[in-house]
Design a protein around this ligand. Structure first.
Ligand SMILES: Nc1nc2c(ncn2[C@@H]2O[C@H](COP(=O)(O)OP(=O)(O)OP(=O)(O)O)[C@@H](O)[C@H]2O)c(=O)[nH]1
Ligand SMILES: [Mg+2]
Length: 330
């Protein structure tokens, strides 16, 4: 049985709406990347050096990342030789398989969120301005509340005008409380308050917003360190997750941001937002393979339920779904 068929069977055991979300959120990437792969396959009668060169270009233009592309092409060449594949049509299945493999190969961390049983879980969100931190917090608050959890938000972006109000709008929409102080106050003090409030209200999950922009980068990193220190002091072992939010539409720039934040704080996972807004969704693979940080959530749209836990199989299935299903692979 083909890899893709097995993938489809496996995925069919998960909820349909998740598969649909991935398929829909990846529409642009499917059109900009998977479509091109399909055209390439249709164009070539046999697999040769030119074929691989064109494939390499397509992968690089989809932001898969140079190192990852090289690795992938090497693996494909080996597999083609090993299985003695002549017909380019057969290679699509191998590509899908290798993409999942590359993603799952790393040993570092799973896509699961480190939720504490029977005590407070603190999740800190970091990232530069405009990437989608506050929106992600809103979406996650919605998700956890729906799961029956007692959720609290901390308005740690005291710097940008309107940031506190924006979080409050989400709080109202979802029906969860926001702990805040005035604009310009010390975010570490807000976190302290929020932890006390979380204790008093027996909260399960505290989601902490932070500023994306300060006077300069050094200040931003110092502020994040201070916030973390206060949280750690109040709750040993917390924050249980430091999620770096990256905007998928910014491509290589997102990779640079990730490197900067990784040096300054212990990032435990990535939230990759706006995957629906880019044709270059290959960046998921670059992040995982080159930064060794797991992508835990992906933003597949602006609606409350458009944030999904990342799943490499759903992702690869979503990439090739409509292209393979009616086609030659069975
Ligand atoms: N299409 C799409 N838009 C998104 C997604 N996530 C966030 N956005 C949009 O991105 C914009 C910026 O989001 P914010 O949540 O305000 O970003 P932020 O990181 O908090 O920004 P600062 O507070 O300025 O640091 C908003 O218009 C969101 O609706 C997503 O997954 N898909
Ligand atoms: Mg914000």
């Amino acid at each position: 049985m083909s890899f893709f068929k097995r993938l489809k069977e496996k995925i069919s055991q998960q909820a349909d709406h998740i598969t649909e979300k991935f398929k829909e959120g990846l529409t642009k990437t499917r059109e900009g990347f998977a479509d091109k792969v399909n055209h390439l396959i249709a164009k070539y009668r046999k697999i040769d050096e030119d074929f691989f060169e064109e494939l390499e270009e397509i992968l690089i233009s989809a932001d898969v990342g140079f190192e990852t592309v090289m690795e992938l092409i090497d693996e494909l060449k080996m597999e083609v030789k090993r299985r003695n594949i002549q017909d380019p049509k057969e290679i699509q299945d191998v590509i899908s398989e290798k993409l999942v493999e590359i993603y799952q190969a790393g040993e570092e961390g799973s896509t699961q969120i480190n939720i504490q049983d029977d005590k407070l879980t603190v999740i800190l969100f970091v990232g530069v301005n405009g990437v989608g931190k506050t929106t992600t917090i809103g979406k996650l608050a919605y998700k956890y509340k729906n799961e029956g959890k007692n959720v609290l938000l901390a308005a740690g972006d005291t710097f940008r005008a309107g940031a506190i109000e924006q979080l409050e709008v989400w709080g109202e929409r979802v029906g969860v409380e926001v702990i805040k102080q005035g604009a310009g106050s010390d975010p570490a003090a807000v976190m302290y308050d929020a932890i006390q409030a979380a204790r008093a209200r027996n909260a399960d999950i505290l989601l902490c917003d932070t500023a994306g922009r300060l006077q300069n980068k050094v200040n931003l990193m110092k502020e994040l360190e201070k916030i973390k220190r206060v949280i750690e002091r109040e709750i040993p072992g917390a924050p249980h997750e430091v999620l770096l939010v990256l905007d998928a539409t910014t491509g290589q720039n997102a990779m640079v941001q990730a490197k900067t934040f990784k040096e300054a704080t212990d990032v435990s996972g990535i939230v990759l937002t706006k995957l629906d807004g880019t044709a270059k969704g290959g960046i998921v693979l670059a992040i995982r393979n080159e930064l060794h940080i797991p992508v835990k959530f992906v933003g597949l749209g602006e609606k409350m339920d458009d944030l999904q836990q990342f799943d490499a199989e759903q992702y690869v299935y979503g990439l090739f779904a409509n292209l393979v299903e009616e086609d030659h692979i069975n």
